[in-house]
Design a protein around this ligand. Structure first.
Ligand code: HEM
Length: 138
């Protein structure tokens, strides 16, 4: 993985994976899977258009691209934004399995994939707010 532009400026993960085009393809492939996932699909009752737009903005800034999400919605506070949904450990695993499937579908491979997946795994686990039986936990 090349780490710098010729002028010495660091190449972001966003640029490395192909920027906007790749993130759009990833988000589309991801929510196609989420929609039919039996564990987390039912949590998405509002349709996918707006959530795809938000996830595109979030992943853009998460990978080091323009801070689109923050510019429109303020601080991401992802855990707080998810508190209205019961997110169990199984839900986090389901989310991650949709993400792996999406990465496979668009052909995101190598170090960039591992790095992004690793970081998303941390975020997904941090989002868990409900024990497996359904009891809320802070
Ligand atoms: C761990 C399992 C997760 C579940 C079950 C889950 C589920 C959800 C649901 C149901 C929504 C609301 C959809 C709607 O408004 O209709 C949402 C919003 C969102 N999720 Fe997740 N999510 C998870 C993890 C993650 C992770 C790891 C990320 C980021 C890497 C993420 C990013 C977002 C974003 C950006 C939004 C939009 C927030 C907003 O309303 O401003 N989610 N998620």
């Amino acid at each position: 993985m090349e780490n710098n532009h010729e002028n010495g400026q660091a190449i972001t993960l966003y640029e490395h994976i192909g920027g906007e085009t790749t993130i759009r393809r990833l988000v589309d492939a991801f929510y196609d899977r989420v929609a039919v996932n039996e564990v987390i699909g039912p949590l998405f009752t509002g349709g996918f258009e707006e959530i795809k737009r938000k996830q595109f903005m979030f992943l853009t800034q998460f990978t080091g691209g323009p801070a689109l999400f923050t510019m429109e919605f303020g601080h991401p506070m992802m855990r707080a934004r998810h508190m209205r949904f019961p997110i169990t450990p199984a839900a986090a695993e389901a989310w991650l399995s949709c993400m792996r499937g999406a990465m496979d579908e668009i052909g995101l491979e190598g170090e960039a994939r591992s790095f992004l997946y690793e970081r998303l795994t941390q975020v997904a686990h941090f989002m868990v707010n409900t024990a497996e039986g359904g009891e809320a936990s802070q």
